[in-house]
Design a protein around this ligand. Structure first.
Ligand code: HEC
Ligand code: HEC
Length: 82
């Protein structure tokens, strides 16, 4: 999907854990934008027409994890897609 973004650097060799390693470029104050802003925009900007909503139900919990006991929300991260 990143290869479809015009001008996106090739990151296969440097991103080992996603999305954590994406943060080497996507961080506060960086030109590439923060990770939350680029990822949320890429998945939800077209509202109901977004691919992520049409094909994957758009659920926040595809990427986020919520601990039901504490209510703490975190980000799933790993070597490949979950
Ligand atoms: C080597 C630095 C680098 C890494 C690593 C990187 N990105 Fe990017 N990313 C960029 C840059 C630079 C842009 C801006 C491209 C442009 O608009 O010319 C960008 C743009 C994007 C955009 C589009 C933003 C928009 O609103 O158009 C998305 C989505 C994105 N990156 C997601 C990711 C994800 C997910 C990862 C990890 C798998 C990742 N990036 C890793 C540098 C990086
Ligand atoms: C495609 C994966 C993905 C989906 C889907 C997603 N998020 Fe996120 N979200 C992220 C990432 C990545 C971050 C940034 C984490 C970081 O910077 O450490 C983030 C950060 C956040 C944050 C904290 C920072 C901020 O932007 O305020 C909130 C709150 C949040 N998400 C809410 C949501 C909600 C609500 C939904 C569902 C409507 C959602 N997210 C869906 C990936 C996703």
């Amino acid at each position: 999907m990143l290869a479809r973004i015009q001008g996106h650097p090739k990151v296969d060799a440097i991103v080992k854990t996603a999305p954590r390693d994406c943060g080497m470029c996507h961080k506060e104050g960086a030109k590439a934008g923060t990770l939350d802003s680029v990822v949320h925009k890429a998945h939800f900007a077209k509202k109901a027409d977004s691919l992520f909503i049409k094909q994957f139900q758009g659920a926040c919990l595809n990427c986020h994890h919520m601990d039901l006991a504490s209510g703490l929300v975190s980000i799933k991260s790993g070597a490949k897609n979950w």
